[in-house]
Design a protein around this ligand. Structure first.
Ligand code: FPP
Length: 248
């Protein structure tokens, strides 16, 4: 695959010394991308969907092991019904079109978020994609769909209560083991496109210590070079996890 500049065959530029283990992306700005071109919002969502392929290829080239994409939040149901329908259709179409290719590239697909509320046809596709790709390990792709970070925490707490865990036994590890990303490392980098500076209920438990990167670029234009810039910014950050820098 091509390099960042597209001029050499280097797939992982040498300057990338420290790549995050888990990157979360809030894909924002499809609507504004379309508006800026005098197009309907649905055209922006289509362009955003086309862009997934670029970003997945680049993520694999940069050896990012885990990617979590915020595709549809629990709050997105409140958008106008035709837009919701169009978004759901797009997700369905992405799975139909891309599943075999993603599988052949060793991508493991998982949905995180509540299953209730997702219609049967889409749910069947999600389950088929998860089943088909369950043993793949090149890249874990979590699709946050019908996802809300607070709901994720609520569901983890409900699981603890169902299990009858004593209150004094409940600690952070117990909750981490029951949120939707259980078994995976927390994201160390969260990227948001289209300039906003908020998490919007995305991985709020898991991203407690994540580095945050915001770019004004709209999602349909966020390609390989933009991802590379985010990774470079990440490796410049000094991560302290609430402590002091070593040697400081
Ligand atoms: C934000 O743009 C984008 C979304 C709400 C949807 C993103 C979903 C996709 C690109 C499809 C993903 C599919 C899979 C399978 C991962 P916006 O509409 O909020 O843009 P705006 O803020 O400019 O209005």
């Amino acid at each position: 695959m091509s390099s960042v500049e597209g001029s050499t065959s280097v797939s992982r530029p040498a300057e990338l010394m420290r790549v995050p283990q888990h990157v979360g992306i809030i894909m924002d700005g499809n609507g504004r991308w379309a508006q800026a071109r005098g197009m309907a919002r649905s055209a922006g969502h289509r362009a955003g969907t086309e862009n997934l392929r670029n970003v997945l290829e680049a993520a694999a080239d940069f050896r990012i092991p885990i990617l979590t994409l915020y595709a549809f939040s629990t709050e997105n149901w409140s958008r106008p019904a035709p837009e919701v329908r169009a978004l759901l259709r797009l997700v369905q179409r992405v799975i139909d079109r891309e599943l075999n290719e993603l599988h052949s590239r060793g991508v493991r697909i998982r949905q995180i978020g509540r299953r209730e509320g997702i219609d049967d046809a889409l749910l069947r596709r999600i389950e088929r994609a998860e089943e088909l790709t369950r043993d793949n390990s090149e890249l874990i792709l979590n699709i946050a769909f019908n996802y809300g970070g607070r709901a994720d925490i609520v569901d983890a707490v409900r699981a603890l209560v169902r299990e009858g865990m004593a209150s004094e036994e409940i600690d952070e590890a117990a909750i981490s083991a029951r949120v939707s990303t259980a078994g995976l490392p927390d994201p160390d980098l969260v990227i948001r496109t289209a300039g906003e500076m908020r998490l919007s209920n995305f991985l709020i438990w898991q991203a407690a210590y994540a580095e945050y990167y915001s770019t004004p670029t709209f999602w349909p234009d966020f390609g390989r070079e933009e991802l590379y810039k985010a990774l470079l910014a990440f490796q410049e950050r000094k991560r302290r996890f609430g402590g002091l820098l070593s040697g400081a």
